[in-house]
Structure formats: structure tokens, C-alpha cells
Design a protein around this ligand. Structure first.
Ligand SMILES: NCCCCCC(=O)NO
Ligand SMILES: [Zn+2]
Length: 343
């Protein structure tokens, strides 16, 4: 399995995020990709390549032009206004308020285009985010070229990023960009399966009214867990996308036995959809040792997860999402890919 990875990921290195009322060091940090890269190299998953450039067009197939323009200029505007410190929003649109007019203020636009204060924009954010998107796009290219699978070691992650908003450590929706690229280059139907601990609200929003891209997500129940405001089982899509979203929320404390049952439901739905390719938003924060999550998967369960994904027998692009138990992250991600390959 080819691994696509850019060292430009380390250009995203926030100083702090707002978490539980305190500014704390960012959980989403460069060491995450380093430990995955080193582990995959050590176990010989496959050749590691850098991403091919793809320009802005594939990004604009998923994200709003104004949002992309904001992302490209936000840091420079922040720097002039506030100096060299991470850009974090200070207020958002609340019920009864309107997003009718885009603020001129950089502080106003940070809030206009985001949904949390845990996702710092820094000098290198745009370059890191576009490198991650290019990794996912290069993985899609490899599937199109006939590879059975590929792993895009993306950092920053993407599944919380919507058409026109960032948050949850995500700026560009790498998995959605890859799925759209597969659609634009011959795949009639694509399934996105999100196995990250958190609901992929951005991916869901992007494909909400699309019947050609199935979105399936297993995640912690949003009644209790971030991102809180999406991911309930009764969210099933709209318009041409009615029935093309399947949310499988799971309770805190979920172990592999329960997780595997939900994964089997997901697999059946994906099989019924009969896609030409599968994009897996691979978050490893379902791990019992994850510092910000509350499922109870063990490292060996990720081998089983990989085998279950392989049993779907589809060309599969893995796109890295979350996972913050850094010491075990390489083993856990490596186990998914090993389980997939060994099946
Ligand atoms: N700061 C709140 C938690 C952000 C979760 C990010 C993540 O792992 N999403 O999948
Ligand atoms: Zn997550």
C-alpha cells in the first residue's frame, strides 16, 4: 500500500487551543504524523511518496470560494492586526443572529468561518492544509490508476471542515476533496466511511444533498460529544441525497464488540450502495488510551478494523483524521493498514 505524506504538515503547529476553559497545548501536533510515518516505515507498509500538486480547482469543487480566499489571507491579515500569535476567533453566530454580511474585521471573519476556538490559524496553516489535500488527491489518483488501496497521511485533518467553515483542527476536508476527485474522474458512486471517534460534520454537510456519494459515520453520540450539533441517527440526507447519509452514534465506553456490530451495519449499507471506491476517514481516537475521547478500542482491535474494511472488497483510500494518544498512534494506524493488507 502506497503512503502519501508531506513534511509540510509541520507548518501547522499551533501554540494552543481552547479546551475545557483553558488555553492548552494543541493535541493536533506535528509529532502525530512523525510517529505514524516512522511506524509505517518500520513495519514496511509500502513505499512513501510526497504528494503531487493539484492546484486550487479540486479544493473549489468542495469548498466555497470566499472561504478559500479567507483561508489564504487570514494569517497575513491577523499578523497586521494582532502580531505573531495564533489566530483564534472570539465570537460566533448564535441563534437569532445572522451571517448575512461578511465582517471586514479579521476577528469577525475568524468567527464567521469557524465553529470552535480549538483550531489555530498560523503562518503555515494554508500550506500545511493544501499539502494534506494534495496527499488525499494523490491517493485518489493512485486508486484511479488501479491501486487497490492507498494511505494519505494527512495533517491537519479534514472531516470537520464544511463547505465554508473550519474547526475541530480541520481546514480543508481532505476526504471530501478526494471523494469528489474520484467522482470527477470516472467513479459513478463513492462511499465515505468515517471511523473517527467524532462525527464528520463537515463531510456530512458537503454531501448532504448528494445521492452519488454515500456518507456513513460511526462516532460518539453527539448528545454527549463534540461536535455536538450533528451526527444523530435521524440525519439521513436531503433532496437527491435523501438516504445517502447513515449516522451510527455510539455511547461513551463503546468497546470493539459493540463497535464491530455498527461497522457491520455500515458495511452492509456500503455494499448495497455498490460504490466504485471507498474513502475511509481514518481517525484513531476511538482508542481507549486517547486523551480526549471515550471509546475503549484496544490496539489489536485496529487489526480487526482493517480486516473488516478489506472485507468490503473495494478500492480503498485511507485519509488520516484524528487520534491523539501519540505514543500508540503509529501502532494503531499501522494495525489498521496491516489488518487491511493481511485480509
Ligand atoms: N477541541 C474539541 C475536540 C476536537 C476533536 C477533533 C477530532 O479529533 N475530530 O475528529
Ligand atoms: Zn476525532
Amino acid at each position: 500500500m502506497i503512503i502519501i505524506h508531506s513534511e509540510e504538515h509541520r507548518l501547522q503547529s499551533g501554540r494552543s487551543e481552547l479546551n475545557d476553559g483553558q488555553l492548552v497545548p494543541c493535541y493536533e501536533k506535528p509529532e502525530r504524523a512523525d510517529i505514524i510515518r516512522d511506524r509505517l516505515a518500520a513495519i514496511g507498509v509500502g513505499p512513501m511518496v510526497t504528494p503531487d500538486p493539484h492546484g486550487l480547482e479540486p479544493l473549489a469543487r468542495v469548498h466555497d470560494a470566499g472561504y478559500l480566499s479567507f483561508l489564504q489571507s487570514a494569517w497575513d491579515e491577523w499578523l497586521v492586526e494582532h502580531g505573531d500569535w495564533d489566530a483564534l476567533p472570539l465570537n460566533w453566530v448564535a441563534p437569532g443572529m445572522h451571517r448575512r454580511v461578511v465582517p471586514r474585521s479579521i476577528d469577525g471573519r475568524l468567527g464567521y468561518y469557524s465553529f470552535d476556538a480549538g483550531t489555530p490559524i498560523t503562518a503555515g496553516t494554508w500550506r500545511a492544509a493544501t499539502a494534506a489535500a494534495n496527499s488525499a488527491l494523490t491517493g485518489a489518483d493512485r486508486l484511479r490508476a488501479g491501486d487497490r488501496s492507498a494511505f494519505a497521511l494527512c495533517r491537519p485533518p479534514g472531516h470537520h471542515a464544511g463547505r465554508a467553515y473550519y474547526g475541530g483542527y480541520c481546514f480543508l476536508n481532505n476526504a471530501a476533496i478526494a471523494a469528489q476527485s474520484l467522482r470527477d474522474n470516472g467513479a459513478a458512486r463513492v462511499a465515505v466511511l468515517d471511523v473517527d471517534y467524532h462525527h464528520g460534520n463537515g463531510t456530512q454537510e458537503i454531501f448532504w444533498e448528494r445521492g452519488d456519494v454515500l456518507f456513513v459515520s460511526l462516532h460518539a453520540d453527539p448528545i454527549d460529544e463534540f461536535p455536538y450539533f450533528s451526527g444523530h441517527a435521524d440525519e439521513t440526507g436531503a433532496g437527491a441525497g435523501a438516504g445517502a447519509t447513515l449516522n451510527l452514534p455510539l455511547p461513551w465506553g463503546t468497546d470493539w464488540a459493540a463497535y464491530a456490530e455498527a461497522l457491520a451495519v455500515a458495511a452492509r449499507r456500503i455494499g448495497d450502495f455498490a460504490p466504485d471506491a471507498l474513502v475511509v476517514s481514518l481517525g484513531a481516537d476511538t482508542y481507549g488510551g486517547d486523551p480526549i475521547s471515550r471509546f475503549r478500542l484496544l490496539s489489536e482491535d485496529f487489526l480487526r478494523m482493517g480486516a473488516a474494511l478489506a472485507a468490503m472488497n473495494l478500492p480503498t483510500l485511507f485519509v488520516m483524521e484524528g487520534g491523539y494518544a501519540v505514543a500508540d498512534l503509529g501502532v494503531n494506524v499501522g494495525n489498521v493498514l496491516t489488518g487491511f493488507e493481511g485480509a
